[in-house]
Design a protein around this ligand. Structure first.
Ligand code: ADP
Ligand code: MG
Length: 250
């Protein structure tokens, strides 16, 4: 479904990602773990067309989404990157780090903005809106409150709900548990599991390796911009290096 080949991203002279290969099949739940600064958010930004690639390609259902615009390759006529909204329209939806809600807009307005690419499809949006509220019933009674008034955990739920209004086929979540209390984290993870169960492919970025490996099918470990390890979560959990470095002693 999503295929990333030889992907490199530089910020100036700093190398954020170096030759990443990653593949996600339809219906999979994939986690990308790794310490702060390892390139996790950059990976999502690259897939969403929000950063320039130094090298590499991103394909989605065999269609080229993003390719390097590096001048060396441009000369070869290889410069076909789609615009970010064109990528979203295909169902590749990115729920960004730190939520990025519009704090002065109401909860409902924030959710409806998630559907702006489909804004003429009023009935379908309303149907989806009701479905999303079924998934996050706690939001139902506060639709007309400003999003900025909600707690961190609730704002994260609003951000995920807004992404769902964008009709994801693959939902990419950047650290949805960041800064939240453990009980709220597990609540959010349960919601994500439910979204996966309903058929959406999930790419979950997560610093909390224990959490990520407990919910995903497969995982990739990023360290300093390279894939240091990959495999089934059940295998990753057993891996001595991952265990000692990321899962502590318990
Ligand atoms: P993660 O999400 O894993 O914490 P990031 O993808 O945000 O990592 O960052 C990877 C590396 O790229 C880090 O060293 C970070 O400092 C650097 N970086 C991220 N964004 C920028 C930027 N806009 N300009 C320059 N360097 C950046
Ligand atoms: Mg990040």
């Amino acid at each position: 479904m999503l295929e990333i080949k030889d992907l490199s991203v530089h910020y100036g002279r700093a190398i954020a990602l170096a030759s990443i290969n990653l593949e996600i099949k339809s219906g999979e739940f994939i986690a990308v773990i790794g310490p702060n600064g390892s390139g996790k958010s950059t990976l999502l930004r690259a897939i969403s067309g929000l950063v320039e690639l130094e090298r590499g390609t991103v394909h989605y259902n065999d269609e080229l989404l993003v390719e390097t615009t590096n001048s060396r390759y441009k000369k070869m006529g290889r410069n076909k990157t789609l615009l970010p909204h064109e990528i979203v329209k295909r169902g590749v939806v990115h729920c960004p780090e730190r939520r990025r809600l519009f704090p002065k807009l109401t909860l409902k307005e924030n959710l409806m903005l998630g559907a702006y690419l489909f804004k003429d499809e009023v009935e379908e949006n309303e149907r989806r809106f009701q479905d999303v509220l079924e998934l996050f019933p706690a939001l139902k009674d506060r639709l007309h409150e400003e999003a900025g008034n909600f707690s961190g955990g609730q704002q994260q739920m609003i951000a995920i709900a807004r992404s769902l209004m964008g009709r994801p086929k693959i939902l990419m979540l950047d650290e949805p548990s960041l800064g939240l209390a453990p009980i709220i984290r597990s609540d959010i993870v349960d919601r994500i599991k439910e979204i996966a169960k309903q058929g959406t492919t999930i790419l979950l970025i997560e610093q909390d390796a224990r959490l990520a490996l407990s919910v995903a099918d497969r995982a990739y470990l990023l360290e300093d911009g390279v894939v240091a390890s990959e495999g089934l979560c059940s295998e990753m959990i057993e891996n001595d290096y991952i265990h000692e470095t990321y899962l502590g002693f318990s």
